[in-house]
Ligand binder design. Structure first.
Ligand code: PAF
Length: 296
């Protein structure tokens, strides 16, 4: 059974004691509503360190005023039950007053260039909120390794950049997206969907598969690859917020003819949910060392 730590001081003291005995710590930051995707992050952390800490905190700073902070799924009992089988050492469970006493504070970690594109276009303060809370969590836990899912590829790139620029002593590890049998990427926000919408949402994965297939057949025209994604989504009756082909490390738009590994990233509205997914075309050519930053 794991320790449940609700205050920053308690979390710090626990981590310090573990470190003093020579143990390596891993952190899996989450906002709860855990699913198999989160459990895969925990398992990856366990392969790399002796003690895994999972944080559960729905971070108000990363939600815009019109977004789903109030509705965001919360089910602590179920989250803790899922973690029980996994040999997690501690769960950090602060509330908002603990993380942001007296309001949301004024200091923000901003990563310009990477934060305003893709999801940042419609969620202009989102990644500042993510980077700020992750920086706070890194200071509190001081993990050797922190693990994030590749479904949130932009978040992963941004956190790696923050760690590099601000000299955090933590290795950032990305874990491939965990999918349902029908291909749908697991996401806490899938809980907003009806059975019918869940079926429709598989079009996200199918559209990426179509682009992959075309790429394998030799297609390198950016617009043709994008077109196939648009077609699958529109034929499924879905409206998209963006479908972009970008460099997976810089997130800048791909040239008209792809010249290297390319991230196909999309955000799509399904019912009341906004879902994201991505695929990397030509991933085998991606410099995994650059991808994994400090390469732990
Ligand atoms: O990916 C998430 O769940 C959140 O953005 C994170 C990294 C836990 C920060 O609140």
């Amino acid at each position: 059974m794991f320790e449940i730590l609700r205050t920053i001081d308690a979390m710090r003291d626990w981590a310090k004691t573990e470190r003093q005995t020579g143990l390596r710590l891993g952190l899996v930051p989450t906002m709860g509503a855990l699913h198999r995707g989160h459990l895969a992050l925990v398992e990856e952390a366990q392969r790399r360190v002796n003690r895994v800490v999972v944080s559960i905190f729905v971070n108000p700073l990363q939600f815009g005023p019109a977004e789903d902070l109030a509705q965001y799924p919360r089910n602590l009992e179920d989250d803790l039950r899922q973690l029980q089988g996994l040999n997690v050492a501690a769960v950090f469970l602060p509330d908002s007053d603990e993380m942001y006493p007296g309001g949301l504070g004024v200091t923000r970690v901003t990563i310009p260039g990477l934060s305003e594109v893709l999801c940042g276009v419609t969620r202009p303060t989102h990644f500042n909120g993510v980077a700020t809370v992750v920086a706070k969590l890194f200071h509190i836990v001081e993990p050797n390794v922190a693990v994030f899912g590749e479904k949130d590829w932009q978040q992963l790139v941004i956190i790696r950049r923050m760690v590099y620029d601000l000299n955090f002593r933590v290795s950032i590890v990305g874990v491939p997206t965990v999918r349902a049998e029908n291909g749908l990427a697991l996401s806490s926000r899938n809980r907003y969907l009806t059975q019918e919408e869940l079926k429709k949402a598989t079009a996200l994965y199918h559209s990426l598969q179509e682009a992959r297939q075309l790429y394998r057949q030799g297609e390198r025209r950016r617009d043709a690859l994008r077109r196939v994604v648009v077609d699958v989504l529109t034929n499924a009756g879905l409206s998209y917020e963006y479908i972009e082909l970008v460099n997976p490390l810089t997130l800048q738009p791909s040239p008209e003819y792809l010249q290297g590994p390319t991230l196909v990233a999309l955000a799509v509205h399904v019912g009341s949910a906004r879902l994201i997914d991505n695929a990397i075309l030509g991933r085998e050519q991606l410099d995994e060392a650059a991808l994994h930053g400090n390469g732990d």
